[in-house]
Design a protein around this ligand. Structure first.
Ligand code: GUN
Ligand code: FE
Length: 460
């Protein structure tokens, strides 16, 4: 009845605040890679299922020194910027784009170069436990298609955008779309191309409409992209209210904030994911909630380029905006969502107000801004799934079997437990704070094992 059954101890978000622990549960996976049943040791069929699937050699059992987490969902990666990861973090956003990033991205006209960088990146992200990624490519249709093909080959769920930058004043001549008409035609051709490619990818490959950010696009391009989004009902991604420079640029051009301007062009939909959003006004958040548009929170990048802390507690609880997590490679230096989970908590604690608001020197910060580790984990998993409107990010019935197996005590790993009474939720916290990529023993996407540590899964 099931394709295979997995036994192990797992953690999965119930909602933004609550994580449930599933000790020694059985995860029964269908031939489509979907979780068809989750069975606890108390249920009467538990032993029978183990016996039956063990006999058929379709039973995977993880030990008490291993735990299962849902695969992470990265809502914001600039794939070409992998080539400059961990470097060029020294200047403000707009200078950074022109000094380092546009020259690098322009090199992706070279398809061989694209193949090398994208292949390394997709492997690295999988090894870091990331099973779904919302990618910006470059302006090049061919290189962006190569990225989607590599996701197909390696089994990663990829949502990929050919970037649109058609404004002749804001973008350098060596790196922009030739014309607005060409930018729109190339985007439409890319959508059709990727939808065709997707027929061969059971884990899901999706085209994404990708205006880089408002300053890089003409009004006609933004309008045309909104129309394409409606015609093809595809995902949309962009940067929104990230930095002071960009925020003020949009205000000068349209007399309103990014969110309102993007909405005027039909670019805020249920399938939109907007990166950063550190400078959203309350009305912008309300609009996001109304439209079902999601925020990709990039806490490491925001320290370097946004100079802001995105108000996640407010987005999640006051306005109930769909929110997930992004590395923003290479605005963020780390390919790991474990690192971004930690930074999301750290940044929110820094935004928190002083202890006693009656004392003058403690009147600082923003009340109720801290988030918990559970909430940060939600962003990296279930929140990401909701943001993309896909059944991913939870270890629950109807969701894809996207999982990472964490080794607690091995040759290169050590997450200490000194008491048998230690709760599973304590262990969960230790794992999120201490796990490194070398702790991730296996990664599964849509029921298929795509990574085993120290073993090459696909030939490049
Ligand atoms: N805004 C426009 N382009 C970019 C980019 O590549 N990275 C970041 N962080 N912000 C941007
Ligand atoms: Fe970005």
């Amino acid at each position: 009845m099931f394709d295979f059954v997995v036994k192990g101890t797992a953690f999965s978000s119930e909602n933004p605040k609550e994580v449930k622990s599933l000790k020694d549960h059985l995860f029964c996976i269908s031939d489509k890679g979907i979780i068809a049943a989750v069975i606890s040791p108390e249920e009467k069929e538990y032993s029978q299922i183990i016996k039956e699937y063990r006999e058929q050699n379709k039973f995977y059992e993880y030990s008490e020194n291993q735990i299962i987490l849902p695969g992470f969902i990265d809502l914001h990666v600039h794939a070409p910027q992998w080539a400059q990861i961990g470097t060029a973090m020294d200047i403000p956003l707009n200078d950074w784009l022109h000094t380092y990033t546009f020259p690098l991205e322009s090199k992706f006209s070279d398809e061989e170069f694209a193949k090398t960088v994208y292949s390394d990146l997709v492997s690295q992200l999988i090894a870091n436990g990331t099973t779904t990624v919302l990618y910006f490519g470059t302006i090049h249709r061919a290189a962006s298609r190569i990225l989607a093909e590599i996701c197909c080959d390696k089994g990663q769920r990829g949502l990929v955008g050919k970037v649109v930058m058609d404004d002749k004043e804001q973008n350098p001549d060596y790196y922009r779309d030739e014309s607005t008409a060409e930018a729109l035609a190339e985007t439409e051709a890319f959508i059709q191309d990727i939808q065709k490619l997707a027929e061969k990818a059971p884990q899901g490959i999706y085209p994404v409409i990708t205006p880089r950010f408002i300053p890089s696009c003409t009004d006609d391009a933004l309008k045309g992209l909104g129309e394409l989004a409606q015609k093809y009902d595809v995902h949309i991604q962009s940067h929104c209210s990230e930095s002071d420079w960009e925020h003020n640029f949009v205000k000068d051009r349209f007399g309103k904030n990014d969110a309102m301007a993007l909405n005027d062009f039909g670019l805020l939909t249920e399938k939109s994911v907007m990166a950063h959003c550190g400078l959203l006004a309350d009305e912008d958040m309300q609009l996001f909630a109304k439209k079902g548009t999601a925020v990709a929170h990039c806490p490491i990048s925001n320290v370097y380029f946004g100079n802001t802390v995105t108000p996640i507690a407010k987005l999640l609880h006051e306005y109930e905006v769909e929110t997930g997590l992004g590395t923003d490679i290479s605005g963020g230096f780390s390919p790991s969502l474990f690192d971004n989970v930690k930074q999301a908590v750290i940044s929110s604690r820094m935004l928190e107000e002083g202890v006693d608001q009656n004392i003058e020197s403690e009147k600082r910060g923003v009340a109720n801004s801290r988030i918990t580790l559970n909430e940060a984990f939600y962003l990296a998993t279930a929140g990401g799934g909701e943001s993309l409107s896909l059944p991913i990010g939870k270890l629950d019935v109807g969701y894809a079997w996207d999982a990472q197996i964490i080794d607690l005590v091995g040759k290169n790993t050590f997450i200490p437990r000194y008491s048998k009474e230690e709760t599973l939720m304590n262990l969960f916290q230790k794992v999120l704070y201490l796990a490194r990529p070398e702790y991730i023993q296996e990664v599964w996407i849509q029921g298929k094992k795509v990574h085993e540590i120290n073993k090459r899964m696909t030939e490049v």
